[in-house]
Design a protein. Structure first.
Length: 230
């Protein structure tokens, strides 16, 4: 199985390649440089593995939520490559990929939280299953840190830029003990690839045209105008 994964929904631009039993990846924190970095990263990984694009079996992509331009870029690239190579696409939640950045610890809930700007956050909660995957504890959503409602859990791990911005408020929303928190984690293509392999095995690969981004924020056009005025 050869699977290429792309994740560009946040400040981190990353690409990963599963080649047989090996996973290799490139990642760089590079706001506004994703467009120039992502394809060279992919070519570097393919060259390192000694395979060409036509040896790929599937393309995976972090579908968001995240920055509008980053999400759109990643999904568009995945669709374009998949169409050109006649491959299926597996979309993976960027919040789920982020959750796998938390340290492996049994019995803890994981809050994945991305700073959505304009006073809001993208958030979702998970726990690890017995096979190293994830079980969703609630739905992905966009809200303020003050209005975030979390499921009950005895212990928590928090990952993502939302913690860096709203740590004080978010700590008050947790129902149990805080075991770890890292506000400098971003979704990574390596975790997109890992989750995508599970989805592929479960038969959840899609035709490229059905691979859609998830923005969560409804008024994307208005958001772009507001960003331009900022």
């Amino acid at each position: 199985m050869n699977l290429l994964a792309i994740e560009t929904a946040t400040e981190a631009c990353s690409v990963a390649l599963i080649h047989g039993d090996e996973l290799i990846a490139r990642s760089e924190i590079a706001p506004r440089r994703h467009t120039e970095l992502v394809l060279p990263m992919a070519d570097e990984l393919l060259a390192e593995a000694g395979i060409g694009r036509h040896a790929l079996d599937a393309i995976a992509v972090g579908r968001g939520p995240g920055a509008f331009t980053g999400v759109r870029l990643g999904v568009s690239l995945a669709q374009g490559m998949a169409l050109a190579l006649d491959l299926p696409v597996i979309t993976v939640s960027s919040l789920a990929a982020l959750a796998l950045e938390a340290p492996e610890e049994e019995g803890t809930a994981i809050l994945a939280v991305i700073d959505a700007r304009m006073g809001e956050i993208y958030a979702a909660c998970y726990r690890r299953d017995d096979n190293g995957g994830l079980v969703a504890l609630d739905d992905e959503r966009i809200c303020t840190a003050e209005t975030l409602v979390l499921p009950e859990a005895d212990a928590w791990q928090v990952v993502g830029s939302g913690w860096a911005t709203y740590a004080t408020v978010l700590s008050q929303r947790l129902s149990g003990a805080l075991h770890s928190a890292d506000g400098h984690c971003y979704p990574q293509a390596a975790h997109v690839a890992e989750l995508a392999m599970r989805e592929f095995a479960a038969g959840h690969a899609q035709a490229p045209e059905l691979a859609l981004p998830v923005y969560l924020r409804d008024k994307v056009a208005l958001t772009l105008v507001e960003q331009g005025k900022a």
